[in-house]
Ligand binder design. Structure first.
Ligand code: FES
Ligand code: FES
Length: 167
């Protein structure tokens, strides 16, 4: 007789905190983050990997948490929007989004921020075209996109400036 394994234990580091949990094998990473860990900054909309609102980083790589399974994050490092700020200090991307009015309702913002972080981590000086291309899987119903692209470019400039000062 075949035994169905419906649960598995996962070890995952989320925003610097280590968690060991037994989860249903079909539980999505979004459900794990929101329901099990209470990290509701990661939003859910389409549920089909179409809108990008649920984007989080797994080992630095952007994934759609609405379809990515929690068990596949085992032994990984996950970063969500809650992991961007350092204490009271906003991440340069968050500052640029606020300063550049790159959000209105804000529902899409966590996904854009995480997607943009993935870009700037690997490409600190992107062209406008690279930003547009990188964000093409993220949908915003409010802003018209231009302020978001401007904010990502401003954050990149700000991060490079901070690095130069620290050199
Ligand atoms: S909710 Fe995951 S891509 Fe839309
Ligand atoms: S700010 Fe409302 S959906 Fe993007």
């Amino acid at each position: 007789m075949t035994t169905m394994h419906t649960e598995r234990t996962v070890d995952v580091n989320v925003n610097g905190a280590h968690h060991t949990r037994t989860v249903p094998v079909r539980q999505t990473l979004a459900a794990f983050l929101r329901d099990d860990l209470g990290l509701t900054g990661t939003k859910l909309s389409c549920g089909f990997q179409v809108c990008g609102v649920c984007t989080v980083l797994v080992d630095g790589r952007p994934v759609s948490a609405c379809t990515y399974l929690a068990v596949d994050a085992d032994a990984s490092t996950v970063t969500t929007v809650e992991g961007l700020a350092e204490g009271e200090r906003l991440h340069p991307l968050q500052e640029a989004f606020v300063d550049g009015f790159a959000l209105q309702c804000g529902f899409c913002t966590p996904g854009f921020l995480m997607m943009a972080k993935a870009l700037l981590d690997s490409c600190p000086d992107p062209s406008r075209e690279q930003v547009v291309e990188h964000l093409e899987g993220n949908i915003c119903r409010c802003t018209g996109y231009e302020p978001i692209v401007d904010a990502v470019l401003a954050a990149a400039r700000s991060a490079r400036g901070a690095e130069a000062v620290g050199e």
